[in-house]
Design a protein around this ligand. Sequence first.
Ligand code: PMP
Length: 354
Amino acid sequence: MSRFLSNRYSNIEPYTPGEQPKVYNLIKLNTNESPFPPSPKVIEALNKAETEKLNLYSDPDTKDVIDAIASTLNVKSENIIMGNGSDEILAFTFQAFCDSENQPCFADITYGFYKVFCELYGLSPEIIPLREDLSIAPEDYYNKGKSIFIANPNAPTGLALSLSQIEDIINHNKNSIILVDEAYVDFGAESAISLINKYDNLIVSRTFSKSRNLAGARLGFAVANAEIIADLAKMKFSFNPYNINRLSIIAGKEAILDTEYFEKCVSVIIKNREYTVNELKKRGFTTIDSKTNFIFTKLSSISGADYYKALREKNILVRHFGNERIKDYVRITIGSLEQMQALIDATDEILKGV
Ligand code: PMP
């Protein structure tokens, strides 16, 4: 730390992203990316002619990608704003809607970035423990008088609330912002987007990083009523008006319009998830019911940390969290079938020595 850093930030513990190793012989199942390339239509559209336009700024209104999302998800363009990843949507939301009178609240085990945004913006969140089985109890979110952040499905557990449970929480908090983080929703959970015209306090955040195979393009978006979108736009235009680069706008448009490729990729991931859960079950693992492109799993005969390390030695990278409540688990991203077979083979070798 230099002697110039503002005192405001001296104690921030930044978000630690999953390792992005430089070596390519690793099987990378640690950051919930897609194992598949972007849609062929994306690759075709990112051509020389578009690259040659990089001397020009991108469209600050990101109209092309917003219109494509609107037509695909059946909402109006005025209900959408783009973020540089959904992380930026989260940042704008904490910034716009949380302060000393409107503190945020979220689960003890959820996406780790929520806590970091609170530190960044000087907020004091209320932390709501998950139930013993690591599920969210909707009753714990009734009448909070606070801004509510819920990842649905949750990460790293993979568990999802139903749409009626989400609506129940909204109904019990009509005067507070509720952000439903749907980063993983396409892998089997119900979206709350259909509720945005019914509730003026709901924000749904989405990402292109998982089911749209574009983590490296950094594209996310929020869906909400037009006034909320205008508030989020105020944050964006006060910070970085050109937050989405030219090529990512094109990539996002093509990716969201290629429904066929999207559905194919998602269905393969769901199949590979079922394969992996079954194979691990045969070996005694307990896996939480996942509605995402990752699983959260544990085995009583090996600690989460040891299993993580043993896989790492076999060039397979998964994620382990040190937090006391979940330290027995590892989080495994669902990759291609070959990758998952390699994970199972490596697990068999590891278990021989346990
Ligand atoms: N929400 C959740 C629950 C996540 O796990 C992630 C991915 N790390 C994000 C949001 C942010 O994803 P991105 O910024 O790539 O859209």
